[in-house]
Ligand binder design. Structure first.
Ligand SMILES: [Cu+2]
Length: 120
């Protein structure tokens, strides 16, 4: 019973767009996913995976994706909402994992570098 009430309340909140649990103040809901130019793999291509807290909806994911796309050297951004992970392919000759991590945190999402590997 309680459970039902809760999910009804949640559905209502979502429907009304008043659920603002995430820092992105979404509501934009734009489905467009931005990927920074499809450049060929750079010689210093690396992939960094970050554990990012509070990424709870597509608005958050989009915000992060767009922001990271503005960093020179970032080639690709993939946000996994379920795992709360952000995977970034970048050129280590132009930027580094710490710069990317800081950019995510500036948006209001606590981020931690999980691993950094050479991109195949
Ligand atoms: Cu959000």
């Amino acid at each position: 019973m309680l459970r039902t009430l809760r999910s009804i309340a949640l559905a209502l909140a979502l429907a009304l767009g008043i659920l603002t649990a995430c820092p992105c103040q979404c509501g934009s809901g734009g489905a467009a996913s931005a990927n920074p130019g499809e450049s060929e793999p750079a010689p210093k291509a690396r992939t960094a995976t970050f554990a990012v807290k509070q990424v709870s909806c597509h608005g958050c994911a989009e915000k992060i994706t767009k922001q990271l796309a503005t960093i020179a050297g970032v080639d690709q951004v993939a946000v996994d909402l379920k795992a709360a992970r952000v995977k970034v392919a970048f050129d280590a000759g132009k930027t580094d994992a710490e710069t990317i991590r800081t950019a995510i945190e500036k948006l209001g999402f606590p981020a931690r570098l999980v691993e950094e590997t050479p991109a195949h």
